[in-house]
Design a protein around this ligand. Structure first.
Ligand code: MEV
Length: 329
């Protein structure tokens, strides 16, 4: 049996603009998905998931057959929970040249689903790491990033960015520009997350920005300005200048708001963080609902968020310099 874990992430800067070739900076956070994998004697998969916003369920099936998993939760939730695991298992089987092997798999994730924190990437990275190790193969974090990206591409019908999977596999702060992903130096980043309990529709939100950008030159300029913020943010990261990072996060949120991807609950949480003297705050991910990220060394923002209408959960999750890692063998 092998247990591996991998972190979620926030976008410090650059979501949406990254779709148009601008750079972006995602950062791994101290919130992990843990995946336990044990080889079986047959070719079946048994998946048990907990805390995946799904209240816990177990399914057992053979990936070769068309049989519907026998479970008491809705099919779409099962598909969401199991699709990524299936794709991770396929990658592990391929890496270990063991196409017929079956596994018992337990997923424990404290990363809300679909809320801009890279939950699926974390599950896929940890799953590939644990399953390959269980088969006696040790992949580098770059190899896991590549295979996890391919797994996400498959589940998401060819629509995936490398940002989440690279960040989860390597940890730390990452610079993404097109297909080029690299780790960059960063100081300790005191992130606080606020979660409104919801999730935006990434496809719709990306399409909305695309339409605005095509209709208005100033919307295209707004997207390009986010790229400028990212470049300034990289300098602030290199200088370890948290105050400047906070100012740039506020600016980035304002531009995302102008592009129509914020929401009342996200804005409420951003303002609660600013009123609590956070250095800066912005939505993270596609927007529409989900999470904000604030920068605050004190307890002020976390406390303020807990009393903010529309905020369902608030927690501290600093920059995690560890990417995917083995927890137990
Ligand atoms: C979503 O997490 C991030 C977006 O930039 C979309 C993408 O990069 O694929 C909104």
């Amino acid at each position: 049996m092998v247990v591996s874990s991998a972190p979620g992430k926030v976008y410090l800067f650059g979501e949406h603009a990254v779709v148009y070739g601008e750079p972006a900076v995602p950062c791994a956070i101290e919130r992990r998905a843990r995946v336990t994998v044990e080889k079986r004697d047959d070719d079946r998969l048994r998946v048990h998931a907990e805390d995946l916003s799904l209240d816990g369920f177990t399914v057992e099936y053979s990936s070769e057959s068309e049989e519907t998993p026998d479970v008491n939760v809705s099919e779409s939730l099962v598909a969401a929970g199991v699709g990524y695991i299936d794709a991770a298992v396929e990658q592990a089987r391929d890496a270990a040249d063991a196409p017929e092997v079956g596994f018992d798999i337990t997923v424990e994730s404290k990363i809300p689903l679909g809320a801009g924190l890279g939950s699926s990437a974390a599950v896929v990275c940890a799953g590939i790491d644990a399953a390959t190790r269980e088969l006696g193969v040790e992949l580098t974090s770059e190899e896991i990033a590549e295979r996890a990206y391919r797994a996400e591409l498959e589940v998401q019908d060819g629509e995936a960015s490398r940002a989440d999977t690279f960040c989860s596999a390597t940890g730390g702060a990452v610079r993404v520009e097109g297909d080029d992903c690299r780790s960059i130096d960063a100081p300790d980043l005191p992130f606080v997350i606020g979660f409104d309990g919801g999730a935006g529709d990434t496809g719709q939100l990306v399409a909305g920005v695309r339409a605005l950008r095509e209709e208005y030159d100033f919307a295209a300029d707004t997207v390009a300005s986010i790229g400028d913020i990212v470049r300034s943010g990289e300098e602030a990261l290199a200088d370890g200048d948290l105050e400047e990072l906070g100012r740039l996060m506020n600016f980035n949120h304002g531009l995302l708001e102008a592009l129509g991807v914020s929401s009342r609950s996200l804005d409420n949480m951003v303002w609660a963080a600013r009123d609590a003297d956070a250095l800066g705050a912005k939505l993270t991910g596609a927007g529409g609902g989900g999470c904000i990220v604030a920068l605050d060394e004190s307890d002020g923002t976390e406390t303020a968020l807990k009393f903010t209408p529309g905020c369902e959960a608030a927690f501290r999750a600093g920059l995690d310099t560890d990417g995917v890692r083995v927890e137990e063998v």
